[in-house]
Design a protein around this ligand. Sequence first.
Ligand code: PGA
Length: 244
Amino acid sequence: MSSACKLAAGNWKMNGLRADLDQARALAEAYPTPGCGVLLCPPATLIAPMAAAVAGSALMVGGQDCHAQDAGAHTGDISAQMLVDAGARHVILGHSERRADHGESSATVGAKARAAHRAGLVTIICVGETEAERDAGRTLDVVLGQLRESVPEGATAANTVIAYEPVWAIGTGRTPTLDQIAEVHDALRAAVPDGAMSLLYGGSVKPGNAAEIFAIGNVDGALVGGASLKADDFGTIIAALEAA
Ligand code: PGA
């Protein structure tokens, strides 16, 4: 844990219907004054209803992607300003699933981040190596290269959070060793344009491993997928971050 702001961020991915807003309500009630930032990024359809459901609480709501343009003829896309209008304060950008499923390059992620910053959103920019890249000894090269190309000029600790998510650890139940996480986070701390940026770890963070991950020096929180869908599981992770 560094002196950067602590953040527990949940990424619901393509999961969640209106009935699942109960989970967000339960979290907001369980953590009225959390000792860290608590953020849920539901699918776009739930941003506005979730923001309404937890209005007045400490729980923040974010998006999972935005377009690089402010508006225009881009069927199916969502602009940063639309996310703000729906009640979002953050947006996840460059998640490995978007890089893989939608061919997003780091340059694209950078352009989206500039749009998000123009709209006043805090960006959570994701970087991470594939298993083949790690096996080839290229982890730091890949991660620092993505960081350099994805984080736009003008990024500060106030508008940007970095999430290190090894692709092979996402949704697999596998995690790097604590030393491997520490190595990447130390390298990120040295490389970010503002040393006070929050650095999140993501990839199979669960109630059972959160505390040991949060004890790593340059880990300031987590980006959590599967374990953020249930208030009980995510609550345990939030409590571990509060205690770290
Ligand atoms: P996971 O996903 O926690 O389900 O591994 C993390 C992420 O993709 O952000």
